[in-house]
Ligand binder design. Structure first.
Ligand code: NDP
Length: 429
């Protein structure tokens, strides 16, 4: 299945032509297409029931990431983002990787971690033993709180007990934290898990004589990781008058920098999240949960590091990414948003695990695009061309003038609001 022809030259088409291609190529009917526009998007009536004190709706651009091939399948990726160049960069890198066979990705089952914090539990070994002895009973109790989930093949899977040193220093009570692993199937699972944890708490208190405080999922969902990798022949990377080997070396140097330095790793990972957040917004995910999980995972082992690494081997550039991805294809407020429905249709209605494979691959593509430029000619060249359009629009240039003004700003090397205003005034004058 390929969408190459449907989307060839996509960036040069008008909005109407793009929508036509989308309709034909991916079977989106007029209603779904309208779901992508501000007019027919999220309804005010839905917004009123989604959040408190609602007074309006707030829009962002939705664009298509193209050429993403994952496990042999081509995906058209809906991306919601305010930053110019993110979508072009992802599509560019995806095309490079696609020509080399695409991404290979896998995702763990949807195992979420629920946490129950216990205090005043007496001798730790006694409390820990009581909880672990009751493992089967606790799992059954958790599942009884969500029988549907078990019927679907999910449910509570395991109980773990952790003893953590007191943060105030020795002499205080250590922390006893119960972890319950729950397979939430197609759901992100926060509500599911929280219900279970609250339901288990009284029994944990009974078993141990302790007092439960917090009962909630952990966003460090490191039992629910997704991994993607890619391999590109170096000669395919040649660009900007540089050899493929030189470009590959720049990518590897960027990877070394991120591994050695949290200051760089933060920016490296921000580039990955450019893609992941954009897809998260388009598919109605809890993007704060994804962000929290990604950065906490990046700091596992006590030191913040990159979510992806790159190396050269046998004439190829190899990239790998791994991160937690707690995604849902059901639940939350996804059904309320017609744009989210259209996004899922565009992606071919993937399962939560397939979706995680797409997310991880897109993150790796986004990362490659950024460090390929950073490790060679820098990103400003490409960025400024796109940024110039935003600058031209921001001073009130009519749409039919934006390209011309942007081109002039880039040519002059002065992509600035004041200059754009001067140019516009002169054109008007
Ligand atoms: P929901 O509470 O909407 O639960 C999903 C529901 O979907 C399930 O309870 C289940 O209900 C139903 N369902 C239908 N088909 C399936 C299937 N195949 N697999 C699994 N469930 C299915 O959402 P979540 O539990 O996923 O919670 C996500 C929400 O929680 C998000 O809105 C998030 O923002 C929020 N949240 C996040 C927190 C955090 O990240 N720290 C904390 C608190 C909330 P049934 O069995 O009845 O059919």
């Amino acid at each position: 299945e390929s969408n190459q022809s449907v989307f060839s030259g996509f960036q040069h088409l008008s909005l109407e032509e793009r929508r036509e291609r989308l309709g034909e190529g991916l079977g989106l009917d007029a209603e779904l297409l309208d779901g992508l526009t501000g007019v027919q998007g999220l309804r005010m009536e839905s917004a009123l029931t989604m959040v408190e004190n609602a007074v309006g709706l707030f829009s962002l651009p939705l664009g298509l990431g193209l050429h993403l091939k994952v496990n042999g399948r081509d995906y058209t990726v809906p991306m919601v983002v305010e930053e110019p160049s993110v979508i072009a960069a992802a599509s560019f890198a995806a095309k490079l990787v696609g020509a080399a066979g695409g991404f290979v990705a896998e995702a763990d089952p949807s195992l979420m971690i629920g946490q129950i914090q216990l205090a005043r539990f007496g001798p730790p070994s006694f409390a820990m033993a009581r909880i672990l002895e009751a493992r089967t009973e606790l799992l059954a109790l958790a599942n009884s709180l969500h029988p549907q989930l078990e019927r679907r093949g999910g449910g509570a899977r395991d109980v773990e007990v952790r003893l953590l040193p007191p943060p105030e220093g020795p002499g205080m009570e250590p922390l006893l934290v119960v972890h319950v692993l729950v397979d939430t199937q197609e759901a992100m699972g926060a509500n599911l898990v929280n219900t279970m944890m609250e339901g288990l708490a009284p029994r944990i208190e009974q078993l141990t004589g302790g007092k439960v405080y917090l009962r909630i999922l952990s966003n460090l969902s490191d039992r629910r990781l997704a991994r993607a990798r890619c391999s590109i022949p170096e000669r395919a990377l040649a660009d900007f008058g540089l050899s493929g080997g030189e470009i590959a070396e720049g990518v590897v140097q960027a990877s070394r920098f991120a591994l050695a330095d949290p200051y760089r790793a933060a920016t490296h990972n921000k580039g990955i999240m450019n893609g992941i957040d954009a897809l998260a917004l388009a598919t109605g995910q809890d993007w704060r949960a994804i962000e929290a999980g990604a950065h906490a995972f990046a700091a596992r082992g006590g030191r913040y590091g990159p979510l992806s690494v790159w190396r050269r081997e046998g004439g190829h550039l190899l990239g790998e990414i791994q991160l937690p991805l707690a995604l849902g294809t059901v639940g939350g407020s996804m059904l309320a948003h017609p744009g989210v429905q259209a996004s899922f249709k565009m992606l071919g209605q993937p399962s939560a695990r397939e979706l995680a494979c797409i997310f991880a691959s897109l993150g790796l593509a986004q990362n490659l695009a950024a460090i390929r430029a950073l490790g060679s000619v820098g990103i400003q060249r490409g960025h400024m061309a796109l940024h110039a359009r935003t600058v031209a629009s921001s001073v009130g240039a009519p749409p039919e003038w934006v390209e011309a003004i942007a081109a002039l700003l880039v040519q002059e090397g002065e992509v600035k609001v004041d200059r754009a205003r001067q140019v516009l005034d002169r054109m008007r004058g």
